[in-house]
Design a protein around this ligand. Structure first.
Ligand code: ADP
Length: 847
């Protein structure tokens, strides 16, 4: 009735309107539609009340939730609602059958649902021309192709379409049942004539055919790829069964051998269980699996580790003492400390105490003493250098999932020595870096070293705890400052201060020379070094706390001797074929013994590298010898002061660190105060610059301990009094000239001793440190302990030149007419003559 009314009356009729997002409803075609929006459901309810008729229209804009008139197409379909099913989620599923097209004249109201004023549209006119026939033929043809190529069309629909004879209906049916865009469908709906409808469908089908062709090509290509893979899998399976066959023919395979190894490795029960499980997993893997080799490597690592293999180790203190003494000269305190440590181990059974840490400059025997301990205990020795390690994984290993993963260095080391109780040396523990991104190696180290927790050290690669409590860890470092505090806390520090000349001589005689001769193929008596010769090498070719350079230089001499021997041997061999008498032979041998004298050294090693004594340098104005502490032990350095015309600036050069620069300023201020008190008026500074320079580029220069020396250099410059060259000094200065305590006394004093200095000035507060200085150096040196700069000046400055300078100062003062300068004749006013600062020249004089 409603429909009749709709079509009969004239003008537009009002009707509830439902907007559709993704489809178009065609006249005479039934389709299911789902209605979700509240407004649409209300419109549907309204339609159901009035003859089950609603109008449906496609949206222009698919995304509009509450479309306005502009977002809707202009042609709607009036439809008959056949079925309505309310879904659980609140939406409504309905089956509609299109009745007729209608123009939307306007949207009459928007709330509570859309109401449109509609004007019925006539059916698409159909005059069966030839063109229409041809189009129908083409549409059918293409439709068939599309279906053949896999388009999804229900069978009954297919039958209907194939049998349709009416052109407009055919177009509508095809459009409704194929995948076409909403716009394409709407075009079909709106077309005025059947012919136009068919044309629109034809174009859409054309596009569809192309799409399907492309899709099937892509599929064909993928199919080929798949075939190849299947073939490969098949071949590999075949290979595997062949391998199996061969295995049964040839007896036990290598995999079974691995199993025995795992069983014999002495793993703790839990670990063994895990290992065997992994083994079973590996057995089950296809032979081409990439994981297979990973698991295999893992199991090999597990079976290589010394889970329960220990070296028999009896601590015999007397024997240990003998071995340590045999291998090393000197180091009395160090050896004593190590023997105590071993004695405790003997009593307790296992050491649960702190870890040993050997601290000292390079070449002082830290590593070789570690080897000696291993020898004394009858254990294996393993050394790992930690210098530059920044990655936690280097200590603790990579996780197994990581490509190319390996256990950490500690586990690797143990697998290498094959016992679980070696002496394990961790070298350069002070050089371990930290990198936020790569974990903290120090904490991994701590876990390995800490006796409280190292009986279950977890390596990321192993994934099983390993007991490190039998390992005797010894660490070495050049300095303590950079060792992470948590580690330092757990370590017992044993200092290796460096050697005196006497000690070096002994070490050279007993260890370095025999070794150098042997290494260079010389018989034990082939070459004899005079004591003075060794001393010459120590004093003029090396300046170090340890004995590395000494060892190198002695080896160089031996090498040259060996080379000469070899050359002479060749010529002798040609000449002396007749001389076979034993008597003559032995005489020749004796004559062949090479004696190395002090005077020969330059022949072997070239010109001396260091002057062996500061005593022989001349005293100078404005140049003071200071003492520095470095990682390589102590060193001496010269501090120079100079004055030149300028604007009263203080120039500091020589790569001084921040603290040292501040210390220089303090020394400068102090020197100015002193000068002013002594009548050297300030005008002096106004027209001159003062330059403080510390040469020796290789020595890192920072810290406050050069304060006294810098102040002395400045005051020497201002007063014109010379500084004694046989004196050196170290100590911090305050603005009022007080001397403050400094560190590194032992190393500094040894350096002064090496350099041939006679007197060392240092703060009184450092008196306590002198007991640590080796006796030989202590005896050879005079120490002046000072509390104030005054004492430094009276010890370090000479007087002879002072008088002359004072006179010069007086003359200068007269010339410029400065009253203050005249007042005191004793202290010199600025002298115009500036002594050129000189560097220490190497002297070839030898003792
Ligand atoms: P470090 O580990 O402290 O850098 P090394 O242990 O490598 O030093 O020692 C360097 C060389 O000096 C080694 O050949 C070592 O045998 C030798 N050496 C050092 N100190 C002594 C000593 N007291 N007695 C014998 N040889 C020594």
């Amino acid at each position: 009735a409603v429909l009749k009314q709709f079509f009969s009356g004239k003008g537009a009729k009002r009707m509830p309107l439902i907007p559709l997002r993704d489809t178009v409803v065609f006249p005479r075609v039934a389709v299911p539609v789902i209605v979700r929006r509240d407004k649409s459901i209300k419109a549907l309810e309204e339609g159901m009340k009035h003859g089950k008729i609603v109008a449906l229209v496609a949206q222009h804009d698919e995304n509009a939730t509450d479309p306005s008139a502009g977002q809707l197409h202009k042609v709607a379909t009036v439809a008959h609602v056949r079925e309505v099913v309310k879904q659980e989620d609140g939406s409504v599923r309905m089956l509609v059958e299109g009745v007729a097209r209608a123009h939307i004249k306007e949207i009459a109201s928007k709330e509570p649902y859309l109401v449109a004023r509609l004007e019925p549209m006539p059916d698409a006119s159909a005059n069966k021309s030839e063109r229409t026939e041809a189009l129908m033929f083409s549409v059918l043809n293409q439709f068939r192709r599309v279906v053949n190529m896999g388009a999804n069309v229900p069978f009954d629909v297919l039958l209907v379409i194939l049998n349709v004879t009416e052109p407009a209906l055919m177009a509508d049916l095809v459009a409704a049942n194929l995948e076409m865009t909403v716009d394409e469908k709407q075009d079909v709906l709106e077309a005025e004539t059947a012919e136009k409808k068919l044309e629109a469908v034809n174009a859409a089908l054309n596009r569809q055919v192309k799409l399907l062709q492309m899709a099937s090509k892509i599929q064909a290509d993928t199919g080929k790829e798949l075939d190849k893979m299947q073939r490969e899998v098949f071949l590999r399976e075949q290979m595997k069964s062949i391998e199996k066959e061969l295995d049964t023919l040839g007896g036990k395979g290598s995999e079974d051998e691995l199993k025995t190894r795992i069983e014999k490795a002495g793993l703790p029960p839990a670990a063994k269980e895990k290992a065997l499980k992994e083994y079973d997993r590996m057995k089950a893997m296809p032979s081409f699996s990439p994981e297979l080799s990973y698991v295999r490597t893992y199991l090999e690592w597990l079976s290589d580790l010394p889970w329960d293999k220990k070296d028999e180790s009896n601590v015999d203190i007397a024997l240990a003492r003998k071995v340590l003494d045999e291998d090393h000269d000197g180091l009395v305190k160090v050896k004593e400390r190590i023997l105590e440590y071993l004695a405790v181990q003997k009593l307790v059974g296992k050491i649960r105490g702190p870890i040993l840490c050997f601290v000292g400059p390079p070449g002082t025997g830290k590593t070789s003493l570690g080897k000696s301990i291993a020898r004394a205990l009858g254990r294996k020795f393993h050394r790992v250098s930690l210098g530059g390690v920044r990655d936690e994984a280097e200590i603790r290993g990579h996780r197994r999932t990581y490509v190319g993963a390996l256990p950490g260095r500690i586990i690797q080391g143990l697998a290498g020595v094959k016992t679980k109780n070696p002496v394990f040396m961790l070298d350069e523990i002070d050089k371990v870096g930290t990198d936020v991104l790569r974990g903290d190696p120090a904490s991994a180290l701590l876990e390995a070293l800490d006796p409280e927790q190292n009986n279950a050290f977890s390596d990321h690669y192993l994934e099983l705890p390993f007991d490190l409590s039998d390992v005797l860890f010894v660490t070495t470092a050049n300095m303590l400052d950079t060792i992470p505090p948590a580690l330092r806390d757990r370590m017992e520090v044993i200092e290796f201060p460096g050697y005196t000349e006497e000690e070096k001589l002994k070490i050279a005689r007993h260890h370095l020379l025999p070794k150098a001769m042997k290494d260079n193929g010389l018989a034990p008596r082939a070459c004899v070094f005079e004591d003075a010769a060794v001393r010459a090498v120590i004093g003029s070719y090396t300046r170090e706390a340890g004995v590395r350079d000494l060892e190198r230089n002695l080896a160089a001499i031996c090498r040259k001797v060996a080379k000469r021997e070899a050359e002479e041997g060749d010529t002798k061999g040609e000449r002396g074929k007749g001389r076979k008498s034993g008597k003559r032979g032995s005489k020749v041998a004796k004559r062949d013994q090479v004696v190395i004298l002090a005077t020969d050294i330059a022949k072997y090693l070239g010109p001396a590298k260091f002057s062996d004594s500061m005593k022989e340098e001349k005293d100078e104005v404005g140049a003071v010898t200071g003492l520095a502490w470095t990682e390589a032990g102590g060193d001496i350095l010269t501090i120079e002061a100079a004055r030149m015309p300028g604007k009263g600036e203080l120039i500091l050069t020589g790569h001084l660190g921040q603290v040292m620069q501040e210390s220089a300023r303090a020394a400068y201020s102090y020197a100015r105060t002193v000068a002013a008190e002594n009548g050297v008026i300030d005008a002096f500074y106004k027209d001159s610059d003062i330059h403080l320079h510390v040469p020796s580029g290789a020595i890192p220069k920072d810290g406050p301990s050069a304060g006294l020396a810098m102040a002395t250099a400045l005051i020497s410059l201002l007063t014109g009094r010379k500084v004694r060259k046989d004196i050196c000094m170290t100590g911090e200065i305050t603005l009022r000239g007080k001397a403050l305590e400094i560190g590194g006394v032992k190393e500094k004093v040894l350096a002064a001793h090496r350099a041939g200095i006679t007197t060392v000035i240092m703060p009184a507060a450092n008196k306590k440190d002198i007991v640590d200085v080796p006796r030989e150096a202590r005896r050879a040196l005079t120490f002046v302990f000072v509390k104030h700069m005054d004492e430094v000046l009276s010890a370090a400055l000479t007087d002879g030149a002072g008088a002359k300078a004072a006179a010069a100062g007086a003359r200068a003062a007269k010339k410029t007419g400065k009253k203050a300068a005249r007042r005191s004749r004793k202290t010199a006013s600025p002298i115009k003559r500036k002594p050129a600062p000189r560097r220490a020249k190497p002297s070839k004089k030898r003792r």
